[in-house]
Design a binder for this molecule. Structure first.
Ligand code: ZN
Length: 110
């Protein structure tokens, strides 16, 4: 299945209307599935192209990063977990995806 980058970008902008969020794909992240960079000029999310081969994996990686942005916590605590699940639900609804939870279970712990 192709990755609907434009839809993903549009949905991300809708979820975070006050912050310009740029999504980048890279092969240079080693073991990280994603990397979040918050600077004055905006937010950059780097997606590991080697680990995220499908659309569901990309959305999970983006939601992971955005949950850190939304909660402003570096840990994967209960607050982060709640934000993560809310973001997954929002992408699933807007993009018409029904199997994100299955992909999440199949992925290595992130
Ligand atoms: Zn994390």
């Amino acid at each position: 299945m192709t990755i609907r980058w434009k839809r993903i970008q549009k949905t991300t902008s809708e979820l975070f209307p006050d912050q310009p969020i740029n999504i980048h794909v890279t092969t240079a992240l080693n073991n990280l599935i994603e990397f979040l960079s918050v600077e004055k000029g905006g937010v950059d999310i780097l997606i590991n192209a080697i680990k995220c081969k499908g659309e569901n994996q990309v959305i999970i990686a983006i939601s992971h990063a955005l949950a850190h942005l939304k909660t402003n916590v570096a840990l994967h605590d209960q607050i982060w977990e709640t934000a993560f699940k809310e973001l997954l639900d929002a992408y699933a609804l807007k993009l018409g995806i029904h199997d994100l939870e299955i992909t999440l279970k199949e992925m290595e712990p992130i």
